[in-house]
Design a protein around this ligand. Sequence first.
Ligand code: FES
Length: 102
Amino acid sequence: MYHSVCNLSDLKPNVPVTFEVDDRFVLVTLIDGEVYCIDDVCTHDGGTLGEGEVDGNCIACPRHGAKFDLRSGDALCMPATEPTCSHDVKVDSGTVLVQLRD
Ligand code: FES
């Protein structure tokens, strides 16, 4: 089931925005004209990624510096070794819709 989170025009390139979808916090980011969604959770120790520093497609966890790809959720450096979950996104008539994966 897709959930409406925002308007596409609300997103600025490479600036993640945190939304709560079904009691789960996710980061939605516009990158190179595509919208991506990953969990707002670091897989190292559960830190919140949303306040982290962004460098291109990557966000650094503010707690211990693990980096994640904002498009895929892949862990890019230690201390995280597991990806954070990515979710399905579609844009319909200018509205960004997110479907959670497990
Ligand atoms: S909780 Fe994110 S790097 Fe440790």
